[in-house]
Design a protein around this ligand. Structure first.
Ligand SMILES: [Zn+2]
Length: 247
């Protein structure tokens, strides 16, 4: 296994890598808040991120393929990033990443707090994106119950991309075989396409918040955390790449 995979829970190392990317790509790197004693970073394109891509990883700290795939994808695409309108959150739960914990240091699942204004760095994120629109939002997650890869596509713009994305994933990793995930019926193998009815949500995840207020297309990728890390990272990278090239 290569050494950066062995350090996938090392937040300082992750931040160092993003600093290099910022230098090479001209992205602005800003510590916009603190959480659990760590600075929380975002990167924005020099041009306005408006109309571009919102990329987010590490809101669950025990899902390291997301943070690792995002930084690796960025490391190999610094010239593309020079001209891409984008807003990147490399890790929204640094304490969780360091401690291999889904929740933050106070036990909150940050991905269920977007309906509140009382988590300071989530609130800072919401203020920063207020009134901005993005063509695309990607949320990089993992699932320890999964038997293979699957994704959520929040339904709005046709043509849908979900089937194509699952096809790309299938070349790199087995696709989820369960037909019901978290009580919801799978639309097609590996694909949960959902219309959002906000009344059904008592707690709002990041993806749903983005879909409701800021994005045309919203995807959540879920790699199976029991599979090898390099394989999970590879599939997440391939899907980031496929989506960005379509924007
Ligand atoms: Zn997650």
């Amino acid at each position: 296994m290569d050494s950066s995979l062995l350090r996938c829970h090392d937040y300082d190392f992750l931040v160092q890598r993003w600093r290099k990317i910022a230098r090479a790509s001209g992205l602005n790197m800003i510590a916009f808040a603190e959480a659990g004693g760590f600075p929380v970073w975002m990167l924005t394109s020099r041009c306005s991120p408006e109309g571009g891509a919102y990329l987010s990883a590490g809101i669950h700290g025990d899902e390291p393929a997301g943070t690792e795939a995002l930084v690796r994808w960025a490391e190999s695409n610094t010239s593309l990033l020079r001209n891409l309108p984008c807003l990147i959150f490399p890790c929204l739960n640094p304490w969780g990443l360091e401690n291999n914990s889904r929740a933050d240091e106070e036990g909150h699942d940050l991905n269920r707090t977007f309906q509140h204004n009382d988590v300071p760095h989530i609130q800072a994120l919401k203020i920063f994106i207020k009134s901005r629109r993005f063509a695309l939002a990607l949320h990089l997650h993992e699932d320890y119950d999964a038997h293979g890869f699957y994704l959520y596509e929040l339904e709005r713009e046709e043509p849908f991309w979900g089937e194509e994305l699952v096809k790309i994933a299938r070349k790199l990793i087995p696709i989820e075989s369960r037909t019901t995930i978290d009580g919801r019926k799978v639309s097609k193998a590996g694909l949960l396409r959902r219309k959002i009815d906000v009344k059904k949500f008592t707690a709002i995840p990041e993806a749903v918040y983005l879909h409701l207020h800021h994005t045309e297309r919203t995807f959540t990728f879920e790699t199976p955390s029991e599979f090898a890390l390099d394989q999970r990272v590879a599939v997440q990278m391939a899907l980031i790449d496929a989506c960005i090239r379509r924007v």
